[in-house]
Design a binder for this molecule. Structure first.
Ligand SMILES: [Zn+2]
Length: 201
């Protein structure tokens, strides 16, 4: 492969790392990328916009926990789910500048995708723009908020999670168990909310 192509492949792989923790988001995004390359007609471009909105909604539902807000949240309200998540992880107050710029980005991206989905004056370039908007927002949230949440978090280090993968609760308990017969230590994680659990050595 010529160096430029190799570089571009590496770049794409790096960008894709942001979503690799969310298999269904990654699958949807790959599908949208494929459709964006093929999109020519207005309807096809609209559809890529819609696909990207579904990607963001899936992502938002996965990072949101009902413990982030006292309000009843609609599962389809991507913007609100993302903003509540951003606010929760930055509630210490140190990151106010980050919060407002991320919230602006949420507005900009959801508005942009909404208009690409519904506009009758879109061009194939808008299909690529949809993908770019998706990547920008997800990598900003992952990079600025979630990566710092994972750092040094024992449940993440042992189990790769910061909240329950089943019910999204934050009420996770970890404990260890020494099997004296085999002389092995087991680490166990349990969700106090739904009973999900996993163990590792
Ligand atoms: Zn749970």
């Amino acid at each position: 492969m010529v160096p430029v192509e190799k570089l571009l492949t590496e770049l794409s792989k790096k960008r894709f790392e942001a979503v690799s923790a969310y298999p269904s988001v990654a699958r949807r995004l790959l599908h949208a990328v494929k459709r964006s390359i093929e999109a020519e007609s207005v309807e096809e471009v609209n559809e890529v916009g819609l696909n990207c909105r579904e990607v963001l909604n899936d992502y938002a539902k996965q990072i949101y926990s009902h413990e982030f807000s006292n309000e009843e949240m609609k599962k389809g309200n991507t913007k609100q789910l993302l903003k509540e998540t951003i606010n929760y992880y930055t509630s210490s107050g140190e990151d106010r500048a980050v919060v407002s710029s991320l919230n602006d980005l949420v507005d900009k991206v959801t508005r942009g995708l909404h208009s690409i989905t519904h506009s009758s004056t879109v061009y194939p370039e808008h299909a690529f723009l949809s993908i770019d908007l998706c990547f920008s927002l997800i990598s900003a949230i992952e990079g600025l908020i979630l990566s710092s949440e994972r750092k040094g978090n024992p449940t993440y280090e042992h189990f790769g999670v910061i909240k329950c993968p089943s019910c999204k609760s934050l009420k996770l308990e970890t404990f260890s168990h020494l099997d004296e017969r085999r002389d092995e230590i087991y680490y166990i994680i349990e969700c106090k909310e739904c009973g999900w659990g996993e163990w590792t050595q």
